[in-house]
Design a protein around this ligand. Structure first.
Ligand code: ADP
Ligand code: MG
Length: 249
């Protein structure tokens, strides 16, 4: 959170700064077992402040999705420290990972929507997994957020009958409907043309600012880098000094 003014009192008592949303220290990660074991992440160190929008970029296979899935609690971290929203995920149990998943909104590269459900049902499901037990509340909130992403006239469409940009907006609505503190987005514009790509990201940025949440977004789409407060670059499983922007694409 970008605090505009600290009160004199908190300055005097030197109150701790807002805790980072994500704090990663000396994180290593491996895939495979035995002789096939291969290191995918090497000594990753990264802090993301609450309210910050960070874009992670880098070549294919460099470890971007791995970092995102670890931060989202979709797989368990092996070595080092990975603290997300105050919870240590390195060595976390399956139960703790499930809890961690409920705290963030994850936008997958291939949207991951249920094709047998309508746009509205997909978004409402995002609240069901959060434990919102009232069906009418789930549908009210899903309807509202679909309006906010400009899909009020598509709520009852099945996923297959929506365009790529519309599907991606449903995925954003599903991730944001529960007002998560953290959004993790994996190449959300990969399948979109330039205009829809920008629209989708501008929408994420707007909703995130309104809801005060932190965004970590993976992309190699250089058309959207300007929405970021900061860009981090990863290559061969290591965070690296940022190359010049013209080289990113
Ligand atoms: P990026 O998202 O930057 O394209 P990934 O994080 O998907 O890269 O992959 C990083 C490395 O880890 C690659 O070498 C990839 O082959 C390997 N990898 C990713 N997922 C798996 C997996 N489930 N099993 C084995 N290797 C994997
Ligand atoms: Mg990836």
């Amino acid at each position: 959170m970008r605090s505009t003014s600290l009160s004199a009192k908190s300055e005097l008592t030197s109150a701790p700064k807002t805790k980072p949303a994500i704090s990663i220290q000396h994180l290593n990660h491996y895939f495979g077992e035995g002789e096939l074991r291969k290191q995918a992440l090497f000594d990753i160190n990264l802090e993301i402040a609450a309210g910050e929008i960070v874009i992670m970029t880098g070549p294919s296979g460099s470890g971007k999705t791995t970092i995102l899935t670890l931060a989202g609690g979709l797989r368990s971290a092996h070595e080092g420290s990975l603290n997300v929203l105050g919870q240590e995920l390195c060595g976390a149990s399956e139960t703790q990972l499930v809890q961690a998943r409920r705290k963030n909104g994850y936008i997958f590269q291939a949207h991951n929507l249920h094709r047998s459900l309508t746009a509205l049902e997909n978004v409402a499901m995002g609240l069901e997994v959060q434990g919102v037990s009232s069906k009418s509340e789930r549908y009210d909130r899903a309807t509202k957020i679909l309006q906010q992403v400009g899909l009020e006239d598509r709520t009852n469409y099945y996923i297959d009958n929506l365009s790529g940009g519309q599907k991606q907006r449903v995925a954003i609505a599903r991730a944001l409907v529960s007002h998560p503190q953290l959004i993790l987005a994996d190449e959300p514009t990969a399948a979109l043309d330039k205009k829809s790509g920008r629209d989708v990201v501008a929408l994420m940025q707007k909703l995130a600012k309104e809801q005060g949440c932190t965004i970590l977004m993976v992309t190699h789409d250089n058309r959207i880098l300007d929405v970021a407060d900061r860009i981090v670059y990863i290559e061969d499983g290591r965070l690296a000094a940022h190359p010049n922007p013209a080289e990113i694409a």
